[in-house]
Design a protein. Structure first.
Length: 93
């Protein structure tokens, strides 16, 4: 019987495989809970993504752990959205 972590890793891998098939990224960077799942069993996650990818194992996308902490990411997102937050109507035009 699979553990809860294995089930989550398999679900994450299937979702990532779908995104790989649609977006064809050159890498995947995971943070937060997703990073913890990657670190729990990196080979399993990479195998699930490769098996679900149209390119299979021959074109597997590198899956990396984010090196920034959560607060850094929130700060970066806030900086990116600051013009919209300052002037929402101006950002539309």
């Amino acid at each position: 019987m699979r553990s809860a972590a294995e089930a989550l890793i398999d679900r994450l891998g299937l979702g990532l495989a779908g995104l790989v098939n649609i977006l064809n990224p050159d890498r995947i960077i995971l943070g937060g809970l997703h990073r913890a799942l990657l670190e729990a069993d990196p080979e399993r996650l990479r195998a699930v993504v490769a098996d679900g990818s149209l390119w299979g194992r021959s074109g597997s996308v590198p899956i990396l752990a984010c090196t920034l902490d959560h607060n850094s990411l929130v700060g970066a997102a806030e900086l990116a959205w600051q013009p919209v937050l300052d002037d929402p109507l101006g950002a539309l035009g």
